[in-house]
Ligand binder design. Structure first.
Ligand code: ADP
Ligand code: MG
Length: 305
């Protein structure tokens, strides 16, 4: 999905300090980070993403999210785990501004992603990107892989003459031979397609990438290499992730913080290593057992309120 929307020049109302400032990473390698990007006023500590007490009920009455809060700092990586139907993708849709919460708030860099309008919309959307579960379904089958990435660059305002070189650069960045840009989705493997989807997300120089089960459709070995790639990209560029998975083992590799969602509520949260080593909630222990086959010891530590 391209996060590009109705255009406009950058520079709207600012918000939290963003852009990986202070993370010490080399942002200069990010293709597509244009000049004039609104950095927001230097308000210091405000998180890049803040979801506060989000509630979402679908038509028909199903309560998918029941008061979920979540914060991600610039350059941070938070994992969201929970079984199928726990509300993970609903939270992703709220963060991406595809749905509005019924109650509570979502703020990305100080903006409400659902209500981006006018001048700042394109700039803010460029900073908030998405890697889907199924790249085969999200990439236009008629477009060559390179065209899909070039389209994201175009939406972001990269001049035509620069696009081919940028596409090649992005392909190399995600570990793809640039020659593969000429192929159509049906001529690429699942792992290659997911790398194209990642390249497309990177094209606009995002500060936050929402990854919704990005490895679930892949074979184990391919899965591990995509997780390694995402880790490396974060180290290199200082971007932040909201990384969604039903698999605690995958989340543990990628995320510093973990939230465990069940029936639309956070049942446990904490540092990834702690949740992995000593899950406090019985539901988390069951997820861990499902991921590893091992039964974790019950941890005598307080769960967050
Ligand atoms: P997850 O991503 O964790 O599998 P989802 O956020 O997709 O969970 O769904 C949470 C719950 O909301 C599920 O019970 C699902 O059936 C329901 N749901 C999801 N999307 C819709 C929708 N568009 N309309 C009605 N119910 C939905
Ligand atoms: Mg889902």
């Amino acid at each position: 999905m391209s996060a590009g929307g109705p255009g406009g020049s950058p520079g709207g109302p600012g918000g939290a300090q963003t852009g990986g400032a202070g993370t010490g990473h080399d942002r200069g390698r990010d293709p597509g980070r244009g000049p004039g990007r609104d950095p927001g006023p230097a308000t210091g500590r405000a998180p890049l993403l803040a979801v506060e007490q989000a509630v979402k009920r679908y038509p028909g009455g199903h309560l998918a999210l029941d008061g979920v809060s979540l914060r991600i700092a610039a350059g941070g990586a938070t994992g969201l785990v929970g079984e199928s139907g726990s509300g993970k993708s609903t939270l992703a849709r709220l963060v991406l501004g595809l749905l509005a919460p019924d109650a509570g708030t979502v703020r990305f860099a100080g903006h409400d992603p659902y209500r981006l309008r006018g001048r700042s919309a394109r700039d803010v959307r460029a900073r908030l990107q998405f890697v889907p579960q199924n790249p085969r379904g999200s990439l236009n089958p008629a477009l060559r892989a390179g065209e899909a990435v070039a389209f994201a660059l175009r939406v972001h305002g990269t001049p035509r003459v620069e696009r081919a070189e940028r596409v090649a650069e992005l392909f190399r960045q995600v570990g793809l031979e640039p020659g593969l840009a000429r192929r159509r989705p049906r001529e690429l493997s699942g792992g290659q397609l997911q790398r194209v989807a990642i390249a497309r997300a990177l094209a606009t120089g995002p500060d936050l990438v929402v990854c919704d089960e990005p490895t679930s459709a892949l074979d184990r070995g391919v899965q591990a290499r995509v997780v390694d790639l995402l880790t490396e990209l974060r180290e290199r560029t200082g971007l932040a992730y909201l990384f969604i998975s039903h698999d605690l083992a995958v989340v543990r590799h990628l995320a510093e913080q973990v939230l465990v969602l069940r029936h639309g509520r956070v049942v446990e949260e904490g540092p990834a290593a702690t949740v992995w080593d000593a899950p406090a909630d019985p539901y988390t222990r069951a997820l861990l057992a499902a991921a590893t086959g091992r039964t974790a010891p019950a941890a005598p530590r307080p769960t967050p309120a």
